[in-house]
Every structure is written in structure tokens, then in C-alpha cells.
Design a protein around this ligand. Structure first.
Ligand SMILES: [Zn+2]
Length: 311
């Protein structure tokens, strides 16, 4: 049995949850306030380049932080109630404000702090489709869906890629088409051999593939294979969720997903209904290692069926 990170234990305690993008609404302030032990832990992956992850409970997706004389770059910004704690954690690593904020995708557990960071002067950078989606869908709050505040919107968007040359690092930010959503960005620190995969990687967990936000299983697999081609034995991968990953972890994740997709495909092609496929439980032997409260084995199977049948 793998060691599961703390946030999974926390999530499990909350039972089955809805869409990950609804987490800010599902984790109201009282729940978070009880978790007074929530904080961010930094791991330095290369000079001035850190992974920030939540400890003591669920703080949203894993973050990346690049510091140095040329300015601070933050990748994703977690859940809005935790912005003060995140600022404190960043303050331990640098006295400078966040100059650029890169959004890996539209979900609220990754970009919930956008407005707060923009108000402090950060320039938000994201894929074109992320801005479109924020404008069309708004954001989810405990009070319901509302229009995205002006400050939460990216002000620099790109269609294919953009490269940052800062602090002795080269950060190649590129779009992966229709994978976790339709506005995903991956950040490859080429010289440091570090990748921030956003939610193109859930380390040791069944992935959430958001078919309702333009994601696709085939795009997700293609995206992971593209990432895999960039890695070697030394590559450090910041996953959207789960502990720091490496080449082997990514390879295992792609192999699991490809195999799961093929298993479900053969049942769909044999004419089985969703009920019959769920009863057959084709992913049963992946359950122990990959099941978690948000994407259970059943939910993973349903996503694969839906991707294959278009229903
Ligand atoms: Zn996500």
C-alpha cells in the first residue's frame, strides 16, 4: 500500500465529493478553520525553484515557485481561504512580491487565489481558453456561481506556448490540447529538468479528466506521453495532486490509464451497458493503488465509458 498524502486522508474524511472545481464551495470556511494546522511546505527542486504543497489537510493543487533577482513567478495559487497562509509561506522564501502568476488550468483549487494575487500586483498568465472559460462560466463560491472578478482574469494569454527567461531558468510554458480541460498549461523548466504538470498528473491517484470543461481521455493520454518524452531518470515532476513525482511515476500513470481505457473499450465494443461494465469492474486490480475518495474506481470507469460512448 502506498503512503497517501495528508490531503487524501482529509478528503476521505469528508466522504464522496462533487466536482473538484466545487471544492471551494464544499470546503466552507468553518471546515478550513478547524484545520488550523493547515500550512504549506516548500521543497527546493533546483536553485530558487520550489514545490509548495499543503500539509495538515487539503489546500488545493500543488504549487510551483521560482524566486531570484529577476522576479518571482508563482504557478497556481490554491484555494481562496488559504491565500494568507500561502503568502506567509512564500514570504519565508523571498521578500519580493509575486510578479508573474501562471495558471495551469481553470479549476478553483488551482486558481482560487487569482484575484488576491492580482490585487497585489501579479500579472496572470494562462492559456486563451482558460480566460474564455472564466468569462463564460464564472467561478464557484459558497454562495453559488458568480461572474469571475476582473482581477481574477489572466491578462496575458497564449495559444500554444510562451517562454520565461528569469533567474537563470528557462521556463517553457506550453498548451496540451483537450486533456484535463481545454485550457491546460504545463511548465517545463528545461535547464533545471523540472516539470510542473498541473492536473495532467495525479501521482498515484486515478486522474480527474474533466469532460465537461473540454478535457478528453485520449488528449490526456497524449499529453502524458508528451510529458514522458521530456523526462529522464533525473526529472522532477510537480503533479497537480499527490507527492513529488518522477519519470517512473509518470510512466506508471500513463500505463495504468492506457490499459484501463483499453479494458473499458473492449467491453463497450462488446456491446455491454454501463451497468454491466460497472458490475464487471474491469479496473478492480488497480483499485488498491489508485482509488481515492474523489476519483473512485467506479467514477474512473464511468469517465472512460462516457469518453467512449459520448454520453
Ligand atoms: Zn483540476
Amino acid at each position: 500500500m502506498r503512503t497517501k498524502p495528508a490531503f487524501l486522508r482529509f478528503l476521505r474524511s469528508l466522504g464522496s465529493l462533487g466536482l473538484l472545481s466545487l471544492l471551494p464551495a464544499l470546503l466552507p470556511t468553518p471546515v478550513l478553520a478547524q484545520e488550523s494546522a493547515l500550512s504549506f511546505q516548500a521543497t527546493e527542486l533546483a536553485p530558487g525553484l520550489y514545490m509548495l504543497e499543503g500539509v495538515g489537510g487539503f489546500t488545493g493543487g500543488n504549487l510551483g515557485l521560482l524566486t531570484g533577482k529577476d522576479g518571482v513567478v508563482l504557478i497556481d495559487d490554491g484555494l481562496p481561504p488559504l491565500t494568507a497562509k500561502l503568502l506567509a509561506a512564500i514570504g519565508e522564501l523571498t521578500e519580493d512580491p509575486v510578479e508573474f502568476l501562471i495558471n495551469t488550468h481553470v479549476h478553483g483549487d488551482h486558481i482560487g487565489g487569482n484575484e488576491a494575487f492580482a490585487k497585489k500586483g501579479a500579472t496572470i498568465v494562462a492559456h486563451d481558453n482558460l480566460r474564455h472559460r472564466l468569462l463564460s462560466d464564472g467561478i464557484t463560491t459558497p454562495a453559488g456561481d458568480v461572474s469571475a472578478p476582473e482581477d481574477a482574469l489572466p491578462v496575458v494569454t497564449f495559444s500554444d506556448s510562451v517562454t520565461f527567461h528569469l533567474n537563470g531558468h528557462e521556463a517553457f510554458v506550453f498548451h496540451v490540447e483537450r486533456a484535463h480541460t481545454d485550457g491546460d498549461a504545463v511548465i517545463h523548466f528545461r535547464t533545471a529538468n523540472v516539470i510542473h504538470a498541473g492536473d495532467l498528473m495525479f501521482n498515484g491517484l486515478f486522474p480527474f479528466i474533466d469532460l465537461d470543461s473540454g478535457g478528453s481521455v485520449e488528449g490526456y493520454i497524449a499529453g502524458q506521453e508528451r510529458l514522458l518524452a521530456l523526462t529522464d531518470e533525473q526529472t522532477k515532476i510537480i503533479p497537480g495532486h499527490g507527492p513529488l513525482a518522477d519519470h517512473k511515476d509518470l510512466k506508471a500513470a500513463v500505463a495504468m490509464l492506457k490499459d484501463s481505457y483499453a479494458r473499458v473499450r473492449s467491453l463497450v465494443e462488446a456491446g455491454q451497458t454501463e451497468e454491466e461494465i460497472l458490475a464487471a469492474n474491469p479496473l478492480a486490480d488497480y483499485h488498491e493503488d489508485w482509488n481515492w475518495s474523489f476519483i473512485t474506481t467506479e467514477r474512473m470507469t464511468k469517465t472512460l465509458i462516457r469518453a467512449l460512448t459520448g454520453e
